[in-house]
Design a protein around this ligand. Structure first.
Ligand code: FE2
Ligand code: FE2
Length: 270
């Protein structure tokens, strides 16, 4: 692809129009308009549940089959193979404790100085272990809109200074809910007999994100609110929009899987 298209004015015009529609929908359907950051963050600690009372990670942990875990990995690859690039865009827009905390977490996401520990690398290893194509950009056409939406939301929040509060809220939602979710997925992968590389990605996140959760909560959110209290509503919006899109994706996945059919637009080859 021609890299000059990145700053093509016509393309940016189309992007801006699409972003306006998307952002309006997120605010309308995904948010309560609350400014109670502490209350919304506390609520994240109660694991979100799917439409019938079971979250996707719960389902996969208890009843998930190998083909469902492969589908899950394929659609999550849209983000995890570039983890945590869209989140990093917010760093120049933060100051003080929020900036330092954000970079401390991102240091781990990017392998803490070791290429083989970059989380995107760990996810590629997981995909290879599950017999999937680990090349970036292989699965977008197979992904349902609900899976694309979360990835688009990260880019939207990350690319705009005015949405820095929403990006921090989104990031907090990911880090705070990751540890229990990862534990379920690690158990699921062990149960279906996946190899050590497949288990390592989620094992790593059980431990790392228990620490990240504290840093994000106290330093990143706490620091940002201290610097810019007016961003409270946007932080909440980022958290709630993330929960909203994850709930839509969860409904889609569980509905398809309970019917015994693929949740992807183009099913994987066994
Ligand atoms: Fe990570
Ligand atoms: Fe993390």
């Amino acid at each position: 692809m021609d890299e000059n298209l990145e700053w093509n004015p016509a393309l940016l015009g189309v992007r801006a129009a699409a972003e306006d529609v998307f952002l309006d929908a997120l605010r309308r359907d995904g948010g309560t308009g609350s400014k109670d950051v502490t209350g919304v963050v506390d609520a994240l600690q109660v694991e979100p549940v799917g439409f019938d009372g079971h979250s996707v990670s719960h389902h996969l942990q208890r009843d998930g089959e190998l083909w469902q875990l492969r589908e899950y990995a394929a659609l999550r690859s849209l983000y995890h193979l570039k983890e945590a690039d869209p989140h990093l865009w917010v760093v120049p827009r933060l100051t003080g404790r929020a900036k330092a905390g954000m970079v401390a977490v991102e240091f781990d996401e990017f392998g803490a100085g070791r290429a083989e520990n970059i989380h995107a690398r760990l996810f590629a290893d997981l995909m290879t272990d599950l017999g999937l194509n680990a090349q970036y950009g292989h699965y977008p056409d197979a992904a349902p809109a609900q899976a694309l939406a979360t990835v688009n939301m990260m880019s939207l929040f990350g690319l705009h200074r005015r949405l820095r509060g929403a990006l921090v809220g989104h990031f907090a939602a990911v880090e705070i809910t990751s540890s229990p979710g990862s534990r379920g997925l690690a158990t699921a992968l062990r149960r279906v007999g996946a190899g050590p590389a497949a288990q390592r990605f989620y094992d790593e996140h059980v431990e790392a994100d228990a620490v990240h959760e504290q840093v994000v909560r106290h330093e990143v959110i706490g620091g940002l609110l201290e610097d810019e209290p007016a961003l409270a509503a946007d932080i909440v919006m980022g958290i709630e929009a993330t929960g909203h899109l994850e709930a839509l994706l969860g409904d889609h996945l569980l509905t398809a899987w309970r019917d015994g059919r693929s949740a992807l637009r183009t099913p994987l080859t066994p």
